[in-house]
Ligand binder design. Structure first.
Ligand code: SF4
Length: 239
């Protein structure tokens, strides 16, 4: 079994202390350990970004039967919707969750936190409940931006729900290295220059800086989080 990093400092030591191959092997081992522990309760969250398709590919190498879920919104770019349809056609064990509730026009401008909570966080709660998830696997990385520096490889933010972050110490270059080496298809929007992808009104092209700087540009949420990794996720959670 892999000895998981239990402090952010330990995670950051792995960023520079492991080479690419060691990181890939560690990620595979973390997923394999969790698969043995949680069985079918282990499910991969796929945002259709580069980190997610890397983690999905890793998970399928561990066990092709591993299931996944995608949260989509009415504001996803057409290219992302098309890419999502291709992923689901290839992997029908991936379920899609979407909240079609009526919301005020341009809520993403007036209250992006509320917009994300309704359209992104709530469907994750549904996925976790409906798919019987006891361990969800994410593509979080500690080098992505200012909001992602303090996560751990294995967390229990909600009681009884483990979050596994198997590529937490990977750097941006290593994600692209993996995707190129293993010929993993990616969202075509990356060819336009995006480094991090989300909903169309809240995703902008940037140069330099950190990967998530183009997310929610010019709002209080700039470079921040939608809430999936910060808000309670267990059914009935309201805080
Ligand atoms: S990313 Fe923007 S459009 Fe998408 S749910 Fe959040 S605030 Fe709304």
């Amino acid at each position: 079994m892999v000895q998981v990093a239990t402090t952010p400092d330990e995670v950051h030591e792995l960023v520079s202390g492991l080479n690419f191959k060691e990181k890939v092997d560690r990620s595979l081992d973390l997923i394999a350990d969790a698969r043995r522990e949680f069985g079918d309760g282990l499910v991969v969250a796929n945002s259709l970004g580069k980190d997610s398709v890397a983690i999905w590919d890793l998970a399928k190498r561990v066990d092709p039967k591993i299931r996944g879920f995608i949260v989509t919104t009415r504001f996803k770019p057409p290219a992302t919707r098309q890419f999502m349809n291709e992923v689901v056609a290839r992997y029908p064990e991936t379920l899609i969750f979407k909240n079609d509730v009526e919301i005020p026009d341009e809520l993403y401008k007036t209250d992006p936190d509320e917009c994300c909570d309704l359209l992104k966080v709530q469907p994750v709660r549904w996925a976790i409940e409906q798919m019987g998830v006891s361990c969800w696997v994410t593509g979080l990385r500690c080098t992505e931006g200012r909001t992602r520096t303090d996560y751990l490889e294995r967390e229990e933010r909600d009681e009884g729900l483990i979050k596994l972050n198997p590529i937490l110490p990977w750097e941006e270059r290593e994600v692209w290295q993996y995707l190129a080496l293993y010929q993993v298809p990616v969202n075509p929007l990356y060819a336009e220059g995006y480094r991090s992808l989300g909903c169309e009104p809240c995703t902008h092209l940037t140069a330099g800086g950190s990967e998530r700087d183009g997310r929610w540009l010019d709002t209080s949420k700039c470079g921040g989080e939608c809430g999936i990794h910060t808000r309670p996720l267990k059914s009935g959670a309201t805080a």
